[in-house]
Design a binder for this molecule. Sequence first.
Ligand code: PHE
Length: 460
Amino acid sequence: MSEQVAERSDMWSSSFIFVLAAAGSAVGLGNIWKFPYIAGENGGGAFVLVYLICIAVIGIPVMASEIMLGKLGRASPIQALLNLARTHKRSTGWSCVGYMGVLTGFLILSFYAVVAGWVCYYILRLFSGEFSGADASAVGEAFGDFLADPLQVLLWFSVFMVITIFFVARGVTRGLELCVRYSMPAVFVLLLILIGYGVHAGGFVESVGFLFTPDFSALTPQAILIALGHAFFTLSLGMGAIMAYGAYVPDEVSVGTTTFTIAILDTVLALLAGVAIFAIVFANGLAPDAGPGLLFETVPVAFGNLPGGALFGGLFFLLVALAALTSAISISEPAIAYFSERGKLSRAQIAVVIGAVCWVIGVGSVLSFNVWADVKLPFFDWTFFDSIDKITQLILLPLGGLLIAVIVGHVLPKHVVYEELGLMQTQTQQVWTYIVGYVTPAAVFCVFIIEAIREVLAHI
Ligand code: PHE
């Protein structure tokens, strides 16, 4: 097995670099674009609480499981699961989780790159000073006009896709580490500047109240499923991205410590982005439930009214684009690693093919905001973009996570898992088995069943 690793790629050179790469995967549009708008659509506080519980009870155990499976299997998620099944004489059918992950990756990347394209366009828009002194309605209108133009959206989506493929083709480690090491602290600082705007302009207190005072009457079963799906999405779990990165982890790295570090970093960034964005919402009397446009309708208002706003605003969107890039690279990694192992095509050729497939699917998402705005999936009333987003986040990622927890909790021999996690005492071993083997799968399963019943009831 070790030969295979040497062939495939160099390992992360240290535990710190692995944490940087995994955090680069986790922190992305999920934190800065998606978390604020879904929190806004689902009533704030109670949703945020459920999301935090999902991270703790489901996200953290699944992340530890994924890193461990990658580390034990030492190959692409598909091959790693096959390796483990053969070594421990288990059914090779479990590798279906790996195949599902590859498919999920294609779907996620197709719409992720569309939104990342919006971000790229906003880098230029802010640097140009277009929003200097602009009020919220002008900023909202500017976003609406942009989305209404399919060619413009297609252009920026394509730009982001080409950049992603370029980096993917060159290999995972190069550049990734450098990018995350500097851009993550910078995102942090710019979010603090935005929060400073909120304190000054007067929306800060209301924003904190909105996000951290749970109003359970606003919590629907569907909101719970969205929070669960988002916990997977934001931590890059359920499709093998972290498992693929785990395959390059040096032996001495502690799964537990790295998992906690990544989860905490990711959560803090999401909460900061939420506070910053809702402060702008409340300071300007905007609606918290504006949907996917929320980031683009709020942040330019703040920078447009701050000294040096064009520069800092442009920088902000540049950093968000970099965060999206480090995530996009990881979304394609399970597929890239798998096809590279098969040895028929070069990494660059595989990257181009993956990019082309995602681009074709992504065109549907581009058109969802204009030409196909009225083309909806029957029963659900979802546009193409909504459908891809929801099928991946509400079904495929949680299902992948559930199966990963079952593999680690019930399929692999227990002593192998305990040894890898360094769990020596019987008590800690029991707690781990209880959580990953029962609590995590049961929680995902219950949320699925409740939501399925709700959907059925809603449509009869
Ligand atoms: N976690 C990334 C984000 O929050 C998205 C992602 C999903 C990355 C799935 C990899 C796998 O933006």
